[in-house]
Design a protein. Structure first.
Length: 196
């Protein structure tokens, strides 16, 4: 999340009213809005690769792949956010008849950017994992072929799986899909850590 756009606290209803009329998207948490920063070239490529690969695998399934245009609400935390990729299966619930705010994602995927590396893995990850329907939460680096995958276990605990190297694959057991990292990071040029 970027800078706070207002000191005044907004209710969730006020946020939705303003957000639906806004030209620029903002996330919402604890009465405050946060303007969404634009993504980098590699962020966009990785996100597009994920949507294409998952969409192709799921087109004849009970699941739908959504891009960052669909807002997700974490009801227990009062967070409204725009994940880079979300997958919803079975009966999907939305906040209202507008169907622009998903309440029941199965998988959420975030491609980490420099400005979000500290936020997404921490507080946002904790809030996402409060969604009862969520089975997997995935963090994708754009600086190297590396992924962190949180998988909800039958007892409700979360298992962290780390995947690195283009020769490996991201296995998504909740939707019975698998995507090679070589496809997720196709056409991405990694900048050497020595250049930072």
């Amino acid at each position: 999340m970027a800078a706070v756009s207002s000191i005044d606290r907004l209710s969730q209803a006020e946020y939705l009213r303003l957000e639906r009329a806004a030209e620029v998207r903002s996330e919402y948490y604890d009465g405050q809005t946060f303007a969404m920063a634009g993504g980098s070239r590699w962020h966009s490529v990785i996100k597009s690769n994920l949507i294409r690969e998952l969409g192709n695998q799921l087109k004849k399934s009970r699941c739908v792949v959504y891009d960052a245009d669909l807002r997700v609400k974490v009801e227990m935390a009062g967070l409204y956010t725009y994940p880079d990729v979300s997958v919803a299966c079975d009966e999907q619930r939305f906040e209202d008849e507008r169907q622009d705010t998903l309440l029941t994602p199965t998988i959420l995927i975030e491609v980490l950017s420099e400005s979000r590396e500290g936020y997404d893995p921490g507080k946002k990850s904790e809030m996402y994992r409060r969604i009862p329907s969520l089975r997997e939460y995935v963090l994708v680096s754009q600086n190297r072929p590396q992924i962190e995958q949180f998988i909800r276990q039958p007892n409700g605990e979360w298992l962290l799986r780390e995947i690195s190297g283009k020769e490996n694959s991201l296995h998504l057991p909740s939707i019975e899909a698998s995507v090679p990292l070589s496809e997720i990071f196709a056409n991405v040029e990694f900048v050497s850590a020595a250049l930072h």
